[in-house]
Design a protein around this ligand. Structure first.
Ligand SMILES: *Cc1c(COP(=O)(O)O)cnc(C)c1O
Length: 358
């Protein structure tokens, strides 16, 4: 019996995709597993090409952007971005909205002169800065921000205006959850394990002029130009993760693409936030205008009941609802593969729990 898995990442994957991967696990094209064949062979090359084509299609990625499949998760992009987009010690701007942007800033400081142009510390990272506050400095190498903070559950309701400064977005926990206008970004990156597939691979969507060669000293596997020229196969890629991501892209297309995902994700988030709002037993720490569709943190009016809540939820088949260890409370992640039925089950459980303990 599969539970409704609200894990923040690695996270729920679409059941039809898991079933397809299971059916193909041992004998895939030509009688071997996809994990057992060369990444440079015809069969895997076809997988790689189709995955890129489908992702381009899903996000309407313009032709002047390269799509890279890289290793090292989103975390290595915290370093790869400055190494590719900025000279050593050059100015680069960051927006600080919580845990993941802080990690990007800390790593960025090893490579650039990073300025935090907006910091939501005063709100304890429960909101995002106003549009007008997010202004990059003239001559900055890039402006980095985190459209969705996976731990804090705050999400930008707008795309910052960066003018001539390339806008860089860590979309790890929001990519493919809705349509985006890729041309507004210089670079988008995302670790796979939230909304794309298994961990072990990351997607980078980078405008041509930002992939013209990294600074001296950059390892070739982190140099966007070198990776692009090698078709993301400078070395052996994580073939299973890439294959699986490709199956997820096909599933997304069959389901109606990112516009349909947006419709479903909006409805799922609305149902859960409505339940939280309707009760004085549950509360959301996040400002209303920037509540995430993907990661919904919430608290109990009686925090000493948290462990009971989590244990009973688990027994009811609603799993991985504990908030990040740094913040506590609860968090329900509602990625594309979480069906609305899972949210209804959670809302029903919450109402029942409140009746019994409220
Ligand atoms: C999970 C996450 C990361 C880290 O991803 P790794 O693949 O573990 O490096 C970075 N940024 C955001 C927004 C995330 O959600």
């Amino acid at each position: 019996m599969r539970a409704y898995n609200f894990s923040a990442g690695p996270a729920v994957l679409p059941l039809p995709v898991l079933e397809q991967a299971r059916d193909e696990l041992i004998e895939w094209r030509g009688g071997a597993s996809v994990m057992e064949v060369s990444h440079r062979g015809r069969d895997f090359m076809a997988v790689a090409e189709r995955a890129e084509a489908d992702l381009r299609d899903l996000l309407a990625i313009p032709s002047n952007y390269r799509v890279l499949f890289m290793q090292g998760g989103a975390t290595i992009q915290f370093a790869a971005v400055p190494m590719n987009l900025a000279a050593a010690g050059a100015p680069a701007d960051y927006v600080h909205t919580g845990h993941w942007s802080e990690r990007a800033i800390k790593e960025g400081r090893r490579f650039v002169s990073a300025a935090v142009i907006a910091d939501e510390a005063e709100s304890a990272y429960t909101t995002v800065p106003d549009r007008a506050q997010v202004q990059p400095r003239r001559g900055s190498a890039y402006l980095h921000y985190t459209p969705n903070e996976t731990i804090g559950g705050v999400e930008f309701p707008y795309v910052p205006e960066a003018g001539d400064v390339p806008l860089v977005a860590d979309m790890s926990s929001t990519i493919l959850s809705r349509p985006i206008e890729v041309s507004r970004f210089g670079l988008i990156y995302a670790g796979a394990q939230k909304n794309i597939g298994p961990s072990g691979i990351a997607v980078v969507i980078v405008r041509d002029d930002l992939a013209r060669g990294a600074r001296p000293g950059t390892p070739s596997v982190l140099d966007y130009r070198a990776v692009a020229e090698a078709g993301s196969m400078l070395n052996t890629p994580p073939t299973f993760a890439w294959y699986f991501a490709g199956l997820v892209f096909q599933w997304l297309k069959r389901e109606g693409g990112v516009a349909e995902m947006a419709r479903r994700n909006r409805a799922k988030a609305a149902a859960l936030y409505a339940a939280i709002e309707a009760s004085s037993f549950y509360s959301s720490p996040v400002a209303k205008h920037c509540r995430s569709w993907m990661n919904v943190p919430f608290r109990l009016a009686k925090p000493d009941l948290e462990q009971t809540f989590l244990a009973e939820a688990d027994d009811a088949g609603l799993t991985h609802l504990a908030g990040h260890r740094s913040v506590g409370g609860m968090r329900a992640s509602l990625y594309n593969a979480m069906p609305i039925e899972g949210v209804h089950a959670l809302v029903g459980f919450m109402a029942d729990f409140e009746r019994r303990y409220g």
